[in-house]
Design a protein around this ligand. Structure first.
Ligand code: EPS
Length: 402
């Protein structure tokens, strides 16, 4: 997605590393290696992760765009080496290896139902599904989280905070809402399933352990909440400027995501309007909402494709991972015979990690929308535009300007 703050990633799961270039970062943003390392470490955690996470120590190395602790307006480039590459040098060799056999090259000829293996192989005209799965792998989300950490720093300077928590793993769910109370990540990071309800967290762990014992996997739902978002980001005027559409696309671009809800979400479809819409009153102390307040936040912070200034609340559904240790039926691509899908080492459940990726994607969309509305080549310019813009919106209502 091209925009004011955008990023591109490159890298295969067992190649040398993951790479990201972030474009549009204003000059003068303080950015330290630990800002990136912190989020990368959070993404590696979670009960239900597999053996790979014991190998990787993602920290990220900033290699461009930052000088003496501050961004300088040029693209920010970050490298995340794959430690596991040391074990994959032949299979992931850049040079041709006519000397190596199928096993050494770790060819995949038994596509997994639910993964990109089969469709990607047909589309790209490849005979080895490894050419597809290496890039389809959710390892790529490490690069997104690095980009998201830059976005988070930028938003932090403007008083915007992004957090997440897990509300469902398989059949186990909680009604606890992330927007009730502040400091969401402090509460969710304290749990290894990132669930803020202790009793539900215990049941989530049991569900994951049970799935693991059966050679199965579990999906779930996470909620991402952004606080301090000012009114008026996004726009109602065109489909691709609506912020809910941009958030939806960003979330569905994360590997294995199947659905997105904003605010009350799908539940709103079954309720009358009187029980859905958030009534308006005046609150001159509430600057980020333009001096108004709402009776509740069923809209999830978005009306008409624009932010209302209330917390942004986005829920995302993740399907269960498609690498099963007790594999599903597939076809052997060399013979055409029925066969079990390949057994690839994988996680049992990655919803807690996916929630951290969801934070990154929301932070990126918000940083983009902030720069679109307020602009600025430097952080000083952005901040002054931002403050003046909020002040201006607080004076718009006719009863205030008279
Ligand atoms: C993944 C499979 C597993 C996960 C991986 C995503 O990797 P491997 O095949 O090396 O065991 O661990 O996630 C990561 C490496 C990561 O950093 O999140 C997949 O097939 O999508």
């Amino acid at each position: 997605m091209q925009g004011h703050f955008h990023f591109t990633t490159a890298g295969e799961s067992h190649g040398e590393g993951m790479y990201v270039i972030v474009e549009g970062v204003p000059a003068g943003l303080a950015l330290a290696p630990h800002d990136v390392a912190l989020d990368l470490a959070r993404r590696q955690l979670g009960y239900g992760r597999g053996g790979r996470m014991q190998i990787e120590r993602d920290a990220g190395r900033i290699v461009a765009g930052v000088r003496l602790g501050e961004t300088i307006g040029s693209p920010v480039a970050i490298v995340i080496p794959n430690r596991d590459h040391a074990n994959w040098q032949i299979a992931m060799s850049v040079e041709a290896r006519p000397d190596a056999g199928d096993e050494e090259l770790r060819r995949v000829l038994l596509p997994r139902p639910g993964h990109a293996d089969l469709v990607g192989l047909l589309k790209y005209g490849r005979s080895d599904a490894r050419d597809i799965l290496e890039r389809a792998s959710a390892r790529e989300t490490s690069a997104r989280v690095a980009a998201g950490a830059v976005a988070r720093r930028l938003l932090g300077e403007l008083g915007i905070e992004v957090g997440s928590h897990v509300v469902r793993i398989g059949p186990v769910h909680t009604d606890k809402r992330g927007e009730d109370g502040t400091d969401l990540n402090r509460r969710s990071d304290a749990s290894d399933v990132r669930c803020i309800d202790h009793e539900t967290a215990e049941r989530m762990r049991s569900a994951i352990a049970e799935a693991a014992a059966k050679g199965d996997t579990l999906g779930g739902v996470f909620e991402v909440v952004a606080r301090g978002v000012p009114v008026g980001l996004g726009s109602h005027v065109s489909w691709d400027r609506r912020l809910d559409a941009r958030i939806g696309a960003a979330m569905l671009s994360i590997q294995a995501m199947k659905g997105v809800e904003i605010g009350l979400g799908f539940e709103a479809a079954g309720l009358p309007g009187s029980r859905v819409h958030d009534e308006i009153s005046v609150d001159p102390t509430s600057l980020r909402t333009g001096g108004f307040q709402r009776s509740r936040n069923n809209a999830g912070g978005l009306e008409g494709g624009m932010t209302t200034g209330e917390p942004l609340v986005v829920r995302v559904a993740m399907k269960p991972l498609s690498s099963l240790t007790r594999p599903l039926g597939s076809v052997d691509l060399t013979t055409g015979d029925a066969a079990e899908a390949v057994r690839e080492r994988s996680d049992v459940c990655a919803v807690p990690a996916a929630a951290v990726v969801g934070e990154a994607m929301l932070a990126i969309v918000l940083a983009d929308a902030v720069l679109e509305k307020y602009g600025g080549d430097s952080m000083t310019e952005l901040k002054s535009n931002f403050e003046a813009g909020i002040e201006r919106m607080n004076a718009v209502a006719p009863f205030r300007s008279s």
